[in-house]
Design a protein around this ligand. Structure first.
Ligand SMILES: NC(=O)c1ccc[n+]([C@@H]2O[C@H](COP(=O)([O-])OP(=O)(O)OC[C@H]3O[C@@H](n4cnc5c(N)ncnc54)[C@H](O)[C@@H]3O)[C@@H](O)[C@H]2O)c1
Length: 437
C-alpha cells in the first residue's frame, strides 16, 4: 500500500465494465448520466453525499468524502459491458422498468451508445435464462481471451486511463470451492479443459484480474472468491470486493439485528419473505440460483448475533428466508419480516417490518461507490480483498482465517477509518475521554 502522498491522482477517464446490463446496471448508468445533467440527485451514495469527521468533535471539521480523498469525477466515467441480450442500454432500461420513461428519454443518446458485447454464458449456471448475444469458443481459456480482447479494445477506443469491472449479471447456481479453484495453476489448466466448476462469472473475473483491473461482484455467486483468483489478484495488484450488494431486506436486517443484540434481547425466530417481479426474481425462482442467494442472506444473522458467545439468547434461532417471484410487482419488491423476540424474564415480544422498497434504486448508488472506491484502492496500491468495502455487501469477502464483519455501523467505521488512514489523518476510536479531562 502506498503512503498518503503516493495515491496516484485520478487523471483521465475511468472505464466502467459491467457484466450484465439488467436492472441494477442500467439504473446505475442512467443515474450517473442524470446526475451529470443535474436532472437528479445522488441520494444513497456515500462518495457523492457522505461526509467524514476529522479530528475532535470540537474541531468542527467534516468535509465531503469526495473533497477529502481523490476520487474519479462522474464526468470521467465511460460505460461498457456484456449481456446475453443485444438490447442497448436505453432499451434494456425500458425493459427493466425501474426508471420513468420520461427520464430515460432525456438520456436516450447517452444510453443508446452503450451496446453490450456478446457474453460468456452457459445456461448450466443460470437455468431460467437464455439469450442470443453469446460468444463461442472451443474452450473456456479462449472465452477468457475474448473478454480480455474486449477490455483492451474498450480502453483504446475510449482513450481510458483506468478501468474497473463489476459483475451485475444474474445469480448463478450454488457452487462450493473445488480443487480447480485452489491455485492459479490448477485454474488455468481448468480453463483449458473447460472444467465445469468454472462458471461464466469466474471467466470474466479471471479476465479482469489478469488485466490488473479492480473487480467487484454484486451478486452472491462465488466468482472471484476462490484462492486461485486471489492469488492472481496478488500478482496483478487487483483490488477485489464482493459479494452480493446489501440492499432491501438484508440491509434492514443488518441495521436492526446489531441493535437488538446490543440490548441483549433474545431472538427465537426471524421469518423473512419477499415478493419480487423483475428478471432477478425470475432467475431466483430456480431452486439452484435461490440456494446461492439463501446462503448469502442467511449467514448475516449468525455472524452478527454470535450465538457461540450468547447461546441462551440465539442458539435456537429459527431463521427462514423466502423469495417469491411475483411478476405484478416488477422491481418494486415488498419484504416482510417477523421477529420473535425475548426480553427480561423470557417474556416474548414481536416486531414486524414491512419494507416496500425499490431494489435497483437501493443498489445503483452502491455500484457507483464501489467503482470509485475500487479505483481509489488501485491508485493507492491496495491489492486483493478490500475488507473495508464490506459495508456494501451481504456476504463480505474476507481473509480465510477471519470471520466476516456484518454489522453495518462497524463496517462504516472501518470504511471511514480506511479513508483517514489513506490520507494520513488520525483514526477515530470514539473513546472521547479527552473531552472530560
Ligand atoms: N437489485 C438489487 O438490489 C440487488 C441486490 C443484491 C444483489 N443483486 C444481484 O445483482 C445481480 C443483478 O441484478 P439485477 O436486478 O440487475 O438482475 P437482472 O436480471 O435485471 O440483470 C442481470 C443481467 O445479467 C445478464 N446476464 C446474466 N448472465 C450473464 C453473463 N454470463 N454474461 C453477461 N450478462 C449476463 C442478464 O441477461 C440480465 O440482463 C443479480 O445477481 C442480483 O441477485 C441485486
Amino acid at each position: 500500500m502506498k503512503s498518503r502522498n503516493e495515491i496516484v491522482p485520478p487523471t483521465g477517464r475511468l472505464g466502467v465494465l459491467l457484466v450484465g446490463l439488467g436492472a441494477v446496471s442500467t439504473t446505475f448508468i442512467a443515474g450517473v448520466h442524470a446526475i451529470r445533467k443535474s436532472l437528479a440527485s445522488a441520494t444513497g451514495s456515500l462518495t457523492q453525499m457522505g461526509t467524514i469527521r476529522l479530528g475532535k468533535r470540537t474541531d468542527g471539521r467534516s468535509p465531503m468524502i469526495r473533497d477529502f480523498i481523490p476520487l474519479a469525477s462522474l464526468d470521467d466515467l465511460v460505460f461498457g459491458g456484456w449481456d446475453i441480450f443485444d438490447d442497448n442500454c436505453y432499451e434494456a432500461s425500458r425493459t427493466a422498468g425501474v426508471l420513468e420513461p420520461a427520464l430515460l428519454d432525456q438520456l436516450r443518446p447517452e444510453l443508446e451508445a452503450v451496446r453490450p458485447w456478446p457474453a460468456v454464458f452457459d445456461q448450466k449456471y443460470v437455468k431460467r435464462l437464455m439469450g442470443p448475444n453469446l460468444k463461442t469458443a472451443t474452450n473456456k481459456r479462449e472465452l477468457a481471451d475474448q473478454v480480455i480482447a474486449d477490455i483492451r479494445k474498450f480502453k483504446v477506443d475510449n482513450q481510458l486511463d483506468r478501468m474497473v469491472m463489476v459483475w451485475c449479471g444474474s445469480t448463478e447456481i450454488f457452487m462450493t470451492p473445488q480443487p480447480v479453484h485452489q491455485s492459479l495453476a490448477a485454474f488455468e489448466v481448468g480453463l483449458e479443459a473447460s472444467d465445469p466448476a468454472i462458471p461464466s462469472s469466474m471467466i470474466y473475473a479471471y479476465a479482469a484480474i489478469k488485466e490488473g483491473l479492480p473487480y467487484a461482484n454484486a451478486a452472491p455467486n462465488l466468482s472471484a472468491d476462490v484462492p486461485a483468483l486471489t492469488e492472481l489478484a496478488a500478482q496483478t495488484e487487483s483490488p477485489l470486493a464482493g459479494k452480493d450488494l446489501k440492499t432491501g431486506q438484508t440491509l434492514i436486517k443488518t441495521i436492526v439485528a446489531p441493535g437488538l443484540k446490543a440490548r441483549l434481547l433474545g431472538i427465537d425466530g426471524w421469518f423473512s419473505t419477499n415478493i419480487l417481479g423483475n428478471r432477478d426474481g425470475e432467475v431466483l425462482d430456480d431452486p439452484e440460483s435461490f440456494k446461492t442467494k439463501e446462503e448469502s442472506k442467511k449467514s448475516v444473522l449468525d455472524y452478527i448475533l454470535q450465538p457461540d458467545l450468547h447461546p441462551t439468547l440465539y442458539d435456537d434461532l429459527h431463521h427462514v428466508v423466502r423469495i417469491n417471484y411475483y411478476p405484478p410487482r416488477g422491481d418494486n419488491k415488498e419484504g416482510w419480516d417477523n421477529i420473535d423476540l425475548v426480553g427480561w424474564l423470557d417474556y416474548p415480544m414481536q416486531l414486524k417490518i414491512n419494507f416496500l422498497c425499490r431494489d435497483s434504486i437501493l443498489a445503483a448508488p452502491l455500484v457507483l461507490d464501489l467503482v470509485l472506491f475500487l479505483d481509489l484502492a488501485k491508485r493507492a496500491g491496495m491489492k486483493g480483498v478490500q475488507e473495508w468495502l464490506s459495508f456494501y455487501f451481504k456476504s463480505p469477502i474476507h481473509a480465510p482465517d477471519l470471520y466476516p464483519e456484518h454489522d453495518l455501523f462497524i463496517q462504516l467505521m472501518k470504511l471511514k477509518n480506511t479513508l483517514r488512514f489513506l490520507r494520513g489523518d488520525e483514526l477515530i476510536t470514539h473513546l472521547g475521554l479527552e473531552y472530560y479531562d
